[in-house]
Structures are given as structure tokens and as C-alpha cells.
Design a protein around this ligand. Sequence first.
Ligand code: FES
Length: 140
Amino acid sequence: MYSEKVMDHFSNPRNVGEIENADGVGQVGNPKCGDIMKMYLKIEDDVIVDIKFKTFGCGSAIATSSMATELIKGKTIEEALKLTNKAVAEALGGLPPVKMHCSVLAEQAVKAALLDYSKKNGIEIEQLKDFDPDEDVHEH
Ligand code: FES
């Protein structure tokens, strides 16, 4: 049912933990199951130089957050905003359809952390204008 990559990222998740004095912190919850994810970003000159996450959730949520952090580390804010849950699931070799909603958590948590960063620094990020971290999760 799960690809080898999903199993790998679930058993050995990358970038787990917290960042002290993070530049952006985002937390989102999945109303479908009650799982929670917290994402920490360190940003220098518009580049995400470090990223860590903590997930209180299912295996698919852990695997997708792990993969999402790997894909985003070293990227610019602009590039990170383009990361969709679908792209993360694809990078993992796919997820069972009933588990696609879990991957949304990772995408939302990254956006929530970037929103926090923009608020703290008085920057407006165009793509996040209509983003509401408390809104129900949507698959993209
Ligand atoms: Fe909750 Fe997967 S079942 S995120």
C-alpha cells in the first residue's frame, strides 16, 4: 500500500525538531482527523536556510512533512510557495487516495510559517493574501 520512500521517510523522518529563534513558525491542524503539524523556518535573504517540523499525526503526515522539508531547504520563499501537496506526494512515489489529505498538512504548515515570517517582518507575500491557516484543508 505504501511506497518504499513513504516507509523510509516515516521510519526515518528528516529535519524533525524545533528551531530556536525561528524566523517563522506555523501550526496547522487537520480537521478530518485532528492531527497537528508545526513547522519552523530560518530565513536569510529570502532563502530558507533551515527548516524543522514536529508532527503529532499519522505516518503519511510524517512522511510528507519530512519530504516537504527536504524539498524546501535551500529554496527561496517564492519557490517554497509553489510546493503543492501533490508534488510532495509524487516525490514520495505516491500516496493512497484516502491518505492524500494528510499531505495537505505539510503544504499548509509551510504556508503558515511563511505567513508568520511575513507578519513579523512587515513584508507582504502576495501568494499568501487569502491564506488562512485555520481554514479547512484543501487538496491541490
Ligand atoms: Fe491525520 Fe493523516 S490521518 S494527517
